[in-house]
Design a protein around this ligand. Structure first.
Ligand code: CTP
Length: 405
């Protein structure tokens, strides 16, 4: 049996004694049926010959950004898109630092930056280098972005030291690649719409009613959906966030604009995730000119905005609908109420306060669906989003299976 048949693995090899073990890893992956493309750093070629890896994988090894012949066959951006997973084994302290900083000064780091594929790193270095706060800080940054770490193992090192820093064994790395590839790609070919950020409801040409949503959670959810192979349209309110790779972004201002953008994108969508903090009300009339402070008080009449999520959930070709609920108290009760009232398939609830929920990097969620629930503990929004998307995939698949039977 070949469990990884035709799965596309980009194997990065950097300069360490453990580089010789990468040949065994490549062999195991090829045996599992994977298409393996090796990319080596220049210094890695001092530790293991490119010819060995070419013979094992049946593909020429790439080691340069500026190789006209290789670039003509498959350019580095194409190669970045080709990869379903990028594995770096061994990953040196220097490579981890480059990845954390987002520098792109050789082919491997450029590919990592240009790819939306999940990244798995197997660090290998001297135990003091591993324990150094600089390396640990880099690992923290990478984990926060969703990079998966395997190892390092503890034991005797090539330099004679004892401690953590040995590269994890190829069989273990292969297991981690299996897990990742089995989980990822579950939404290949599925269209997903995500709303994110706040909306702005105009009072006059210079003032608006808004809220404190940063859009971080919605953007993290959109990235996690792309990592599962989904074709994602992100409808974003006004936020200061860059567009994650592989996403179609539509920028909007008001709830009405967001409503229109969602309904334009809706035909054919399999899943709708409403992360946006949509203003429930808007000024009945936006003044055409700037309002002057002529009186002691100002009364702005507010009217209800369309409830985008409820309308999508009630639409004829209804996608799988996921809502968010931000509550200051009685989180579970209010969230269950919204699950029922809006006819949702799933709701992700979080407690908000002055210091939690909005404008911060970490969060925790209570995810509810009919007949079940799961708590996702406090962690970075990118990790949380990846876990939430795993739950969405599970429930979506369970529902599709019931509908098909
Ligand atoms: N939502 C929406 N359109 C709106 C309002 C909310 O799509 N006009 C979506 C949000 O994106 C979120 C969920 O509905 O997924 C939140 O539900 P909502 O009832 O609006 O929550 P709150 O505004 O917190 O409600 P309340 O003020 O009643 O607690």
């Amino acid at each position: 049996m070949q469990p990884l048949r035709a799965r596309r693995v980009l194997l990065g090899i950097t300069a360490g004694i453990a580089a010789y073990k990468a040949a065994e890893l490549a062999r195991l992956l090829v045996k599992d049926g994977a298409d393996v493309q090796v990319v080596m750093t220049r210094s890695a070629t001092q530790f293991i010959g490119a010819m060995t890896l070419q013979a094992i994988t049946g593909r020429p090894v790439r080691d340069s950004l500026f190789d006209a012949q290789h670039e003509a066959a498959m350019g580095h951006i194409e190669l970045a898109r080709w990869a379903e997973v990028i594995v770096i084994a061994p990953a040196t302290a220097s490579t981890l630092a480059h990845l954390a900083a987002g520098t792109a000064d050789d082919l491997l780091t450029t590919l990592c930056l240009a790819s939306t594929a999940p990244l798995l790193v197997a660090p290998a270095m001297n135990q003091a280098m591993w324990a150094h706060p600089a390396t640990q800080a880099n690992i923290g940054v990478l984990s926060g972005r969703g990079t998966q770490l395997i190892g390092p193992a503890v034991g005797e090192q090539a330099c004679g030291d004892q401690g953590a820093g040995r590269m994890q064994e190829p069989a273990q790395i292969r297991g981690a690649i299996h897990d990742l590839l089995m989980k990822s790609g579950a939404l290949r070919g599925k269209r997903v719409i995500v709303t994110a950020g706040p909306t702005r409801e105009a009072i006059d040409p210079v003032r608006f009613v808004g809220n404190r949503s940063s859009g971080k959670m919605g953007f993290a959810v959109a990235s996690a959906l792309v990592a599962q192979g989904a074709d994602v349209t992100l409808v974003a309110g006004p936020v200061a966030l860059p567009t994650p790779g592989g996403i179609t972004r539509i920028d909007v201002e008001s709830a009405d604009d967001m409503h229109d953008a969602v309904f334009t994108s809706l035909p054919g969508a399999a899943i709708f995730v409403a992360c946006a903090a949509v203003a429930d009300f808007r000024p009945a009339r936006a003044a055409e000119q700037k309002i002057k402070k002529t009186d002691e008080t100002l009364v702005v009449e507010m009217i209800r905005n369309p409830d985008i999520l409820s309308e999508v959930s009630a639409s004829p070709a209804r996608p799988f609908c996921v809502g968010f609920a931000a509550e200051t108290h009685d989180v579970e009760n209010y969230a269950r109420g919204k699950l029922l009232a809006k006819g949702l398939d799933m709701i992700a609830a979080n407690q908000v306060s002055a210091s939690q929920g909005f404008e911060v990097d970490d969060n925790a969620l209570l995810v509810l669906w009919e007949g079940g629930q799961q708590r996702l503990p406090m962690q970075s929004k990118s990790r949380l989003a990846a876990q939430l998307v795993e739950l969405i995939v599970d429930r979506f698949n369970a529902q599709t299976a019931t509908e098909d039977s």
